[in-house]
Design a protein around this ligand. Structure first.
Ligand code: IVH
Length: 679
């Protein structure tokens, strides 16, 4: 049907006919989504699906008041959020205790049986999907919120992005729909999708994702949901969080309910009546994991009965009724074609083995880190060697050992270059250190690395300024430091490869919006050695503005809570260099406005107080207790000094307690701390 004719037909519908048609289309699209993305059994062609989708879009465009957030058209296109709002999970998202051998797994099962006495135990065995955990909240059947795990207590709101994941139902299909339910699952990318993304990134000269897990997490935490939508993310759900209005007695029943509600479950889940059945499952998947189309890094074994789960309970970190058996690192043999040297942001030279491509746990590995010169010597790795490489979970592939028996005699030893492979200036390896560094702060590789850090998510968060753009800007001399980004013009950007009016404007907007930032972000963005995001927060709390920090002496910095002499020296040296001071001034002059921590807003008893924690806390995970203190305006430090206001003690407090007593600092136990927070 020609476009105009169709439009006419739609607009000739009465309002109530249109409403009915919208409803029908949504149901049809949801059903086909489910058939395609969850069951992998499509009933209609992609073209037919697109046709339904466009019809719905047209109707909604004409009658915008019929648009609801759970409409399938809303999976893409929500406006990019500036950052992710915090979400407190109604039930915390715990982690799992790991075991690394069958023996440890049997020991876990013995403890479980010991605690449950003579009760019969059934186990559910699942694969441990190597992606990123999410919690999906449904209220009266509608998907209202999706969050990352975060610290387990509080995650980030990534609802718009999760709406783009086709295997997440926007409405529950089940007969029994609870008033409230948190569904827990793992968002992941297939191995194929992961490799395709990396191929594209490689072609574009962008840094590669190390593994499918990082790629999935990175895709989920995109500020623009359109980017997430362009990545074929998928989800397997594996459990329930808080539930209100649904009775289920076992994990098996919970899985069955989730399936009936329209979620995608992994088909390789099995119920085991005996520990031997569990072992058979573990052995099978240790051998066959390579055949899976997605990455799995282990097996999760769960006690099936919810009453039994409740009886077993949890430690502060993990339930006692579940355990993760981690697969041993997978290894493969391949040849080293070359050893290249990469120069990082800090000037560190890292030797990297260029390998004959080899598949390990379903991922094609083409390079492996050799860490540093000493490692190359210790393992006696030579160019041309056959080697064993391994990938263990999240880490970058590494060379385990050389197959010396396969040497032909033509292998060549690696020599660390005397000059930087990027800028040709001399390199230096300080006495007692393993790392060789390029000594030229203006080295293009270092400048590039610093700029990428500056724009990165945890720093100034300039999402449109990635590797490809920065590289072009540097190569063409349009920028030479981070502050130059703020002086870029539309006309300059338009001279770059494949840069249209719209993209140029997006880049400028994204740079401009980064001016409004926070002090910790700016401090982190400067790339001072030893200043990660945590140290940056501490510094921001203590100094309040960047100019004060710039003028502070080594001693003043060292006296900030939680800052030791190594960090203090590094910061003082950084600001002694006039070039660095110049860049900071230039940033401020360009309009970068780092907001100081909002200390003044807190009025409670913890506002502005310096709090130190020691010993194991029984009621809250330590990170959570620290976060709580910070949320109430406290400055959390690592060590007790005369400036500390409170020392909060858990079990077996260490030397901090003695020091606090000596300095006559108020000492609180966990309950007293919580009381203070609540007051
Ligand atoms: S259950 C309270 N089941 O592993 C138990 N987790 O270290 C909660 N994961 O954060 C976890 N596959 O992201 C469970 N089949 C599975 C899983 C799984 C992957 C992840 C999950 C969690 C982490 C625990």
């Amino acid at each position: 049907m020609p476009r105009t004719e169709k439009a006419k037909k739609l607009s000739s519908l009465t309002k109530s006919q249109a409403r009915k048609r919208v409803q029908e289309l949504r149901e049809a699209i949801d059903r086909h989504n489910y058939l395609y993305h969850v069951l992998d059994q499509p009933e209609i062609s992609d073209q037919e699906y697109d046709r339904l989708f466009r019809q719905l879009q047209n109707l909604e465009r004409e009658l915008p008041d019929l648009v609801t957030p759970d409409s399938p058209t809303q999976r893409v296109g929500a406006p990019p959020s500036q950052a992710f709002a915090p979400v407190v999970h109604r039930q915390p998202m715990m982690s799992l205790a790991n075991v690394f051998s069958e023996e440890e797994l049997r020991a876990w099962a013995r403890r479980v049986q010991g605690a449950l006495g003579s009760q019969r135990i059934r186990y559910v065995c699942e694969l441990k999907f190597d992606g990123t955990a999410v919690s999906l909240t449904y209220e009266n059947g509608a998907f209202v919120r999706g969050a990352t795990r975060g610290d387990g207590v509080q995650g980030e709101d990534v609802t718009s992005n999760l709406r783009t994941v086709r295997s997440i139902p926007l409405r529950l299909h089940a007969k029994r729909v609870p008033r409230f339910v948190e569904i827990r699952g793992e968002v992941f990318l297939s191995k194929r999708a992961f490799e395709a993304i990396n191929r594209d990134r490689g072609a574009a000269g962008a840094p590669l994702f190390a593994n499918p897990r990082n790629a999935a997490a990175g895709s989920l935490r995109q500020l623009d949901p359109k980017v997430t939508a362009s990545r074929p993310l998928d989800v397997f759900v594996y459990g329930l969080g808080a539930v209100d209005g649904l009775e289920v007695a076992s994990h098996e029943a919970a899985l069955a309910w989730m399936k009936s509600a329209g979620f995608k479950l992994n088909p390789n889940t099995a119920v085991a009546g005996t520990l031997e059945d569990v072992m058979t499952y573990v052995t099978r998947w240790t051998e066959e994991r390579g055949k899976l189309p997605f990455a799995a890094d282990g097996v999760v074994v769960k006690v099936n009965g919810f009453r039994q789960q409740a009886e077993l309970g949890a430690t502060s970190q993990a339930p006692r009724w579940a355990v993760a058996y981690k697969f041993p690192a997978e290894q493969a043999e391949t040849r080293i074609n070359d050893i290249k040297v990469y120069v990082g942001r800090t000037g560190a030279l890292t030797p990297v083995a260029d390998l004959d491509p080899v598949g390990i746990s379903g991922v094609t590995v083409t390079s492996a880190t050799l860490h540093n010169e000493d490692e190359v010597r210790r393992k006696d790795v030579r160019i041309g060697d056959w080697v064993v490489v391994q990938r263990a979970g999240e880490v970058i592939p590494e060379v385990v050992r050389v197959l010396t028996e396969r040497r032909s005699g033509s292998e060549r030893k690696f020599v660390m270059p005397k000059t930087c492979p990027e800028c040709g200036e001399p390199v230096h390896r300080p006495e007692g250190e393993a790392v060789t560094r390029c000594t030229n702060a203006a080295c293009p590789a270092q400048v590039l690395g610093r700029l990428l850090l500056f724009g990165s998510r945890g720093a100034m968060n300039i999402d449109r300024v990635g590797y490809k753009l920065v590289k072009q800007l540097l190569d063409r001399g349009m920028i030479s430091d981070a502050a130059d980004l703020y002086g870029l013009t539309n006309a300059q950007l338009l001279t770059l490869e494949r840069m249209g009016e719209k993209s140029a404007q997006n880049v400028l907007d994204s740079i401009a919006s980064s001016k409004k930032t926070t002090l910790p972000r700016l401090l982190y963005a400067l790339g001072i050695r030893h200043v990660g995001s945590h140290v940056a927060e501490v510094l921001a709390d203590h100094f309040g503005d960047v100019e004060r920090l710039m003028q502070a002496s080594f001693e003043e910095i060292r006296d900030a809570p939680g800052i030791g002499p190594t960090i203090a020296r590094s910061i003082a040296e950084f600001f002694q260099q006039s070039e660095n001071r110049r860049i900071v001034k230039k940033l401020l002059a360009a309009g970068v406005r780092p907001a100081a921590p909002r200390k003044a807003e807190y009025r409670g008893p913890l506002a502005g107080k310096r709090v130190v924690f020691t010993g194991a806390l029984a009621r809250l995970p330590r990170t959570r207790a620290e976060a709580l203190a910070k949320e109430h305006g406290a400055i959390v430090g690592g060590s007790v000094s005369s400036k500390t206001d409170y020392l909060v003690t858990g079990e077996e407090p260490g030397s901090k307690l003695d020091r606090a007593r000596k300095l006559k600092i108020a000492i609180l136990n966990e309950k007293e701390f919580e009381k203070l927070v609540r007051s």
